[in-house]
Ligand binder design. Sequence first.
Ligand code: MEV
Length: 425
Amino acid sequence: MGKSVHGFSKLSKLQKIDWLVTTFFNDNKKIKKVIQQYWNTNKVLQNLHDDFIENTISNFYMPFAVAPNFLINDKEYTIPMVIEESSVVAAASLVAKFWRTRGGFKAKVIATKKVGQVHFMYDGDKQKLQNYFSLKKKELFIATADITKNMRKRGGGILEIELRDKTEELANYYQLHVTFETVDSMGANFINSCLEAIAKEFENEAIKIVMSILSNYVPECLVHAEVSCKVDDLYAENSKVLAQKFIQAIQIANAEPHRAVTHNKGIMNGVDAVVLATGNDFRAIEAGAHAFAARNGKYKSLTNATIENGIFKFWIEIPLALGTVGGLTKLHPLSKLSLELLENPSAKELMEIIAVAGLAQNFAALRALTTTGIQKGHMKMHLTNIIKQLGASKEEKAFLIDYFEHKTVTHNAVVEAYKKLAKDK
Ligand code: MEV
């Protein structure tokens, strides 16, 4: 009681903030300042952001960075990344440089089929349903003709509508399983509009529609990216042994889901960062990628590696339903800029770029984990973050970085060293 509210969405932005600060915080002025300091002084831009969602009170900044020097299918890319995790962009840049001297990344889209389903209940004769579907199928395409008109002009549309019997899984449950080609758009609105029109046309007294919605499981919207080089070119020393360890790291991920989840999380560090930067839906990508990793009944690595005839090959296969038109892609000025930076790729090309970003992160993680360990690099970034928080001067920063070169970085240790430095002055 006292902390609930009616008609909140009808309040003005300032009224919403007033309600929040007086209801949940003590120092009203300070909290208001924190919220308002992230408002953009450019009113047009702020209004744009306000209107993306409901009840906007401020903006939540994320770092927007770029990782240069990627060579993908012999084309140079500087990849935009939006991510808060300190080591991800540095890792991407290092790996990009590493592989550009070894032929770069090769990537290829395998398929671009998207899926939507009309889920319904039917308690009658199966053959009758099959006959009804066969008779009705043409009309289902006609019912969506207006919606698909523009998409068909661009080379997309509905590829197929199938009736699927799911009664083994759930009594009386059937579905219309619909496949789509949405060309350069992610196509969520398009797919859902088509499905609702199909459902309306298909429904009758005996067919009870439950829901119509796209699926984020898109194993046939798949991209492959890879790198390869001579095993001897992989590491400065001990290359054969370390390459073998790298392969074992993937085998461990395939054998042990606890490890596979972390392994794939590292891949998603790269994938999500570019998905976000280009205004795509990272939740859809995450859900689809993890489901794909478990497609054979056991959660496994999204990457693979082999050593054959002295050649190390490392690759990823990942489903990515992306768009380069529609949605937020051209609406958010920074997504638009990201796509321009990538020279306005098609959705297919963006799939290739993002698969490479994921592969690069996994390469960086496995190389670090099987050699020096991950903490060395992480702690270096952690140290600079702590130094920043302490408000150290340029000289103090240089001293502390030098001081911790061969010491273990903990928050406490850095604070103590900083205090001592100030005292000794
Ligand atoms: C951290 O964000 C990602 C890693 O844990 C990935 C991995 O362990 O492979 C380093």
